[in-house]
Ligand binder design. Sequence first.
Ligand code: TYM
Length: 334
Amino acid sequence: MEEKKVLYSAVQPTNNLTIGNYVGAIRNWVQLQDEYRCYYAIANMHAITVRQDPAALRKNTLQLLALYIACGIDPEKCVLYVQSHVPCHAELAWVLNTITYVGEMERMTQFKDKSARHAENINMGLMDYPVLMAADILLYQADVVPVGIDQRQHLEITRDIAIRFNNRYSPTFTVPEGIYGKVGAKINDLQDPSKKMSKSGDDPNGAIFLSDDRDTVIRKLRRAVTDSEACVRYDPENKPGVSNLLSIYSVMTDKSIEESQKEFEGKGYGEFKLAVGEAVADRIEPVQAEQKRLLADKGYLESVLKSGAEQAFRTARKTLDKVYRKIGFYQGDR
Ligand code: TYM
């Protein structure tokens, strides 16, 4: 049997997840789980690069695991684990730090954005975030990494780091490719469609959280910014608000953009927004119910994490040993 290619991705267990995280990442993971050998991590080490409440971080970790499974990721097929349970991530990140330049990290858009937003806490970890992400991906020799567009730059630097290491020491790492969804790789803020929908945006009406109830979803969508043309048409340049809503509708109903656009021909924005709201609520309600059911079975969730960490560790340690050998770390008879 031909070996499956390897897929790696992760989400940070911070605050609530938005439908942007679902559409840009998790939804695609479900579709890819049969084709690839998949590793899906809960990136708690990345999360602490901005200040977290420890109790909330702990709670969000199991919540995110339950969400992965509730969204349709099968722990029997995929390796689901918590990043900090596999110490190789921190160890490889240290090595990769020594072949990554400060200037490269300073140029990262997300670092610049987060530094502006958390001016009181521009810590080393925040700057090092992409190197840890490179370590995550390279440890598993991932061929593909499905993420939203906002992660493209981090993936590019991961490739650069892999190529640099391979050139300096000899081929060691697979150089990964990013996979970005055709629709929904960037879901924008409902109140300001020029920026991405984020967990930590300024206006709570700008983001729909996966934990929002039907009334909240519909209310937020009713208030979503559109334009004065009163025509439901996909044109991201001139109609960013409406186009964003069309993307959301299309993904939530599994219809194409063209089909969705056709459905609202001659209809007003009020009706359109209500339909988007219903579509989002219809899609997330069963996920919420399943997540709740899973969270009641902590024993099961912990068994998934234990098995995930063991499987992840085996693969990761193999790569790390190889790296240590190549760079000249004495390992005795290991
Ligand atoms: P995080 O938690 O910030 O985002 C998780 C995933 O959601 C995608 N995403 C979006 N997609 C579309 N529209 C949006 N508005 C939107 N907002 C977020 C992100 O692109 C991401 O795919 N650094 C990663 C976590 C990570 C990781 C990794 C990913 C850590 N190590 C290794 C891949 C491989 C992140 O952005 O998490």
